[in-house]
Unconditional design. Structure first.
Length: 169
């Protein structure tokens, strides 16, 4: 069962992946240092499928796409926050990291709670407390980008299919 990793407001890209590790684009190397400046034990605790929860303005700071890459490579299946910095929001979708805005959940999810998130419906459930919320789900084409692992794999898959009628790519 996925577990929650909970952080506060204004988690910036410098704590998601510290600048001292930006000399690599290797996702596995970035994952080894993900969140270490805000949570030194994150990489020891995180398991594939876990969910990060946060408050306002998650991913603020510099525009590095390394931040969502590090989260995704560390096994994080989704980030649920009250709000996202716009550049992080776009970078997350570009690399296939599911993100959901849900201010109602703030204060209702604790570190280590068992959780479920369904990006296709927007359903967010805290199985530990029995509470649930609904975020606005993404349209089908954005869900396709996330499912394909990012914009580049999605575009390659679209270009490889013979059904490209009416300019749909």
């Amino acid at each position: 069962m996925p577990r929650a990793h909970v952080y506060g407001d204004h988690v910036d890209t410098d704590v998601i992946i510290p600048a001292r590790y930006l000399n690599t684009a290797d996702p596995a190397e970035l994952a080894r240092h993900c969140m270490e400046d805000i949570d030194a034990d994150f990489v020891k605790r995180v398991r594939p499928g876990d969910i990060v929860f946060a408050g306002e303005n998650f991913g603020c700071g510099s525009s590095r796409e390394h931040a969502p890459v590090a989260l995704r490579a560390s096994g994080v299946a989704a980030v649920v926050a009250a709000s996202f910095a716009r550049i992080f929001y776009r970078n997350a979708l570009n690399v296939g990291l599911a993100i959901l805005e849900c201010p109602e959940m703030v204060g209702h999810v604790r570190m280590g709670d068992e959780v479920e998130v369904d990006p296709t419906t927007g359903r967010i459930s805290n199985l530990t407390t029995g509470e649930s919320w609904t975020a606005r789900p993404f349209p089908a084409f954005i869900q396709g980008i996330i499912e394909q692992g990012g914009l580049i794999p999605y575009t390659k898959a679209k270009l490889a299919t013979p059904d490209r009628e009416a300019g749909h790519v």
